[in-house]
Design a protein around this ligand. Structure first.
Ligand code: GRG
Length: 333
C-alpha cells in the first residue's frame, strides 16, 4: 500500500547557492514603496516586520543598509506611555509580540537606553495570570508564545524579577503533551512553532532538564520530508519557517545532527527567488520578509560561513546576545 505524503518536489532549475547580494537588496528595499499592496496589508505586524528585516541584514553583515535613527524613532512613537507596551505601528494597541520585536531591534542597535525599560517590564508583569500564563495584550488571549515573549523581553532588559518565574515555568510545563511536544495551551496539539517557544522559554529560564529530549527530538526529526523540508506537524506541507522553529529547537537540545542538514539546505535554497531575492514558504512561491529571516537563520544554524552566527533561542545575531550579557542555555551532548 502506498502512503501519500504532503510534500513538494524540487526541480533542477531552482537555486542551489545562497543568493546573498539579492537578499541584501530585497530586505534593504523592503517598504521603500509605502503604497505597495503587501506592505499596506502587513501594517498590523509592522514592528515584527522590521525585526525580521533588521535581523536578516545583520546576519549578512549589512545592518548599515537601514536607517537606525528612523527605526528607533518609530519604536519610540509606538511605545505606549500608559501601559508600557509597544504596538506594531502608531495608533495600534500594544501587544507582547511587538514589544519583544521592539526590544530585539533596540538590542541589535544597542539602543535600549532610548526607551523606558522600567515601563516595558511593568507591562510584561501586568500580563501574567495567577496560573503563571501570560495574556498577549489587554484582550486576554493566553498562549505559550506569550510566555516565551515575556521571558525573552525580561532577560534582554535584565528585569526578570517582575514576574513569578516558578509559576511561569509550571504553566509552560502544563502544556507538554505525551508525544514530548508542546501546544499553545494545556491539551492543545503539539506544533513546531509552539515547541520552539517552550524550548526557548526553558533555555532562557535554565529549565531544559524538564524536557524529555529523546522523545521531543524524535518528534521534531519526523518533521523532515523526502524533499528535505520540514513541516510543523504531521501530514502538513513543508515550510521554510519550520526550518527555523524545528532546527533552533534541535540546536538548543544539542541534536541538530539528528536531521539531514544536506537535504534541508537544498530545500531552503530552493525557496529563494532568483529574480527579486528573498525566500518564500516553499519552492516556487512568492518571497516575503518573514520567510527570508527564517531561511537565513536556519542556514546560519547549519553553519553557512557567509552568515553571522545566530543565537538559536533568540533568533538574533550571537554577538548581540553576548553584548547584552544574556546566556540562554543549550544542551551539550
Ligand atoms: C523571536 C523568532 C522569535 C519569535 C517570537 C511569536 C513567536 C515568538 C513564535 C511563533 C511560533 C509559531 C507559533 C510559529 C508558527 C507560525 C505559523 C506559520 C503557523 C501556521 O500555522 P498553520 O496551522 O500552519 O497555518 P501549518 O504549517 O501547521 O499548516
Amino acid at each position: 500500500m502506498a502512503f501519500v505524503t504532503n510534500d513538494v518536489s524540487i526541480g533542477d532549475s531552482e537555486p542551489r547557492e545562497l543568493l546573498f547580494d539579492k537578499h541584501v537588496e530585497y530586505i534593504a528595499n523592503h517598504g521603500n514603496d509605502k503604497n505597495d499592496y503587501e506592505y499596506c496589508m502587513t501594517e498590523f505586524l509592522r514592528m515584527s516586520g522590521i525585526y525580521w528585516g533588521v535581523t536578516g541584514l545583520d546576519l549578512m553583515g549589512q545592518l548599515g543598509r537601514l536607517n537606525r535613527d528612523d527605526i528607533v524613532d518609530f519604536i519610540r512613537k509606538c511605545h505606549c506611555p500608559v501601559s508600557g507596551g509597544v504596538a506594531a505601528c502608531e495608533g495600534h494597541d500594544p501587544h507582547i509580540l511587538y514589544t519583544l520585536s521592539a526590544v530585539q531591534i533596540l538590542c541589535i542597535y544597542d539602543a535600549l537606553d532610548e526607551v523606558d525599560t522600567e515601563a516595558i517590564a511593568r507591562y510584561v508583569g501586568s500580563l501574567q495570570q495567577l496560573d503563571g500564563s501570560f495574556f498577549g495584550d489587554k484582550w486576554g488571549e493566553v498562549d505559550t508564545r506569550f510566555s516565551f515573549c515575556a521571558v525573552a523581553i525580561l532577560s534582554l532588559i535584565n528585569k526578570m524579577s517582575v514576574i513569578n518565574l516558578d509559576k511561569a515555568v509550571d504553566f509552560v510545563m502544563s502544556c507538554c503533551n505525551s508525544d514530548g511536544g508542546f501546544g499553545s495551551k494545556p491539551n492543545a496539539e503539539s506544533h513546531a512553532g509552539l515547541i520552539y517557544c517552550c524550548v526557548g522559554f526553558l533555555s532562557i529560564t535554565d529549565q531544559l532538564h524538564r524536557l524529555d529530549c529523546e522523545k521531543l527530538a524524535w518528534w521534531l526529526c519526523e518533521r523532515q520530508l523526502p524533499s528535505g523540508g520540514l513541516n510543523g506537524r504531521p501530514e502538513k506541507l513543508p515550510d521554510v519557517c519550520y526550518s527555523w522553529w524545528v532546527l533552533a529547537s534541535l540546536t538548543i537540545m544539542g541534536r541538530l545532527h539528528w536531521i539531514s542538514a544536506e537535504k534541508l539546505e537544498r530545500f531552503i535554497l530552493s525557496c529563494q527567488d532568483g529574480e527579486t531575492g528573498g525566500f518564500s514558504d516553499r519552492t516556487g512561491n512568492m518571497p516575503d520578509i518573514f520567510h527570508t529571516l527564517f531561511g537565513l537563520g536556519a542556514l546560519s544554524l547549519l553553519g553557512d560561513d557567509r552568515l553571522r552566527k545566530v543565537n538559536p533561542t533568540f533568533c538574533m545575531p550571537q554577538y548581540v546576545i553576548d553584548r547584552c550579557k544574556v546566556q540562554p542555555k543549550t544542551i551539550v551532548l
